[in-house]
Design a protein around this ligand. Structure first.
Ligand code: ADP
Ligand code: MG
Length: 244
């Protein structure tokens, strides 16, 4: 099977900070990769390089065999950014519009939304059980509800890959559990998932692969292999004790 992404020897430096050094990871169709590591360890930077939000400096990333620098559009990827989850400004006000805005990247500039788009919005709202929220302002929703809205926005273009950056921050345990059940369902539908998270204890029950970052790739393997790692070793990567 051909990898969806091949990350080859990727390094990245901000003007005054080295964020990533020599990262090598291959992600295959149907993988659910959990990317973990302490704050400031380069997790978001890696996702932004994959998504083309940041330009590659060193190394290479292939998407379905093609160098991403040759792709002018990134189709087939749904993205829930770290900021999206905090209902930051810049998004349209109501749930319906937020979800529909997920179609913008698929459209030629200035093309209006049409009836087929509205049907897609209705279908995805229903699929994520949030149709009753469609007229609400995003700021009126709970953290768990907002998160479903942003996932709906990412899924509306029917992507084969879903990329999420710390989507459960500020969400209570019950909704975190519901969220992982939803990811499990998407995984079972065949969607390839890349998830940056601090929910180590929870994510190992759903993910298939784990990558531990701290500028360098300290570990990359199956969830099963990760669970058998020495806790002292994982805690060293984190800089504080980590329990499962
Ligand atoms: P993580 O997502 O793991 O918390 P990031 O990838 O956001 O980490 O950041 C990695 C490192 O790069 C951190 O030290 C962070 O402060 C730094 N960094 C992130 N974004 C920028 C930026 N736009 N300019 C300068 N430094 C940055
Ligand atoms: Mg981050």
């Amino acid at each position: 099977m051909k990898p969806v992404f091949e990350i080859k020897d990727v390094s990245y430096r901000y003007p005054d900070k080295k964020a990533l050094s020599n990262i090598n990871i291959s992600i295959y169709p149907g993988d659910f990769l959990a990317i973990v590591g302490p704050n400031g360890s380069g997790k978001s930077t890696l996702l932004k390089l994959i998504l083309g939000i940041l330009n590659l400096q060193d190394g290479e990333i292939l998407m379905n065999g093609t160098d991403i620098r040759k792709l002018n559009k990134r189709t087939g990827i749904g993205y829930v950014s770290q900021k999206a989850n905090s209902a930051s400004s810049g998004f349209p006000a109501n749930v319906y519009e937020v979800v529909r805005s997920g179609l913008i990247q698929m459209k030629p500039i200035f093309q209006r939304f049409n009836k087929a788009d509205d049907q897609k919005v209705e279908a995805i709202l229903k699929r994520l059980h949030i149709e009753h929220l469609k007229h609400k302002n995003i700021s009126e929703l709970s953290g768990g509800q907002q998160q479903r809205v942003f996932i709906a926005r990412a899924l509306i273009s029917n992507p084969s890959v879903l990329v999420l950056d710390e989507p459960t921050v500020g969400i209570d345990a019950k909704h975190v559990a519901e969220f992982y059940a939803l990811l499990e369902q998407l995984k079972n539908e065949g969607i390839t998932i890349l998830l940056v998270t601090h929910d180590i204890g929870v994510v190992v029950d759903t993910a298939t692969q784990v990558a531990c970052l701290n500028e360098h790739l300290h570990f990359h393997g199956t969830t099963h292999q990760f669970k058998s790692l020495d806790e002292v070793e994982i805690s060293k990567i984190y800089g504080h004790p980590v329990q499962f």
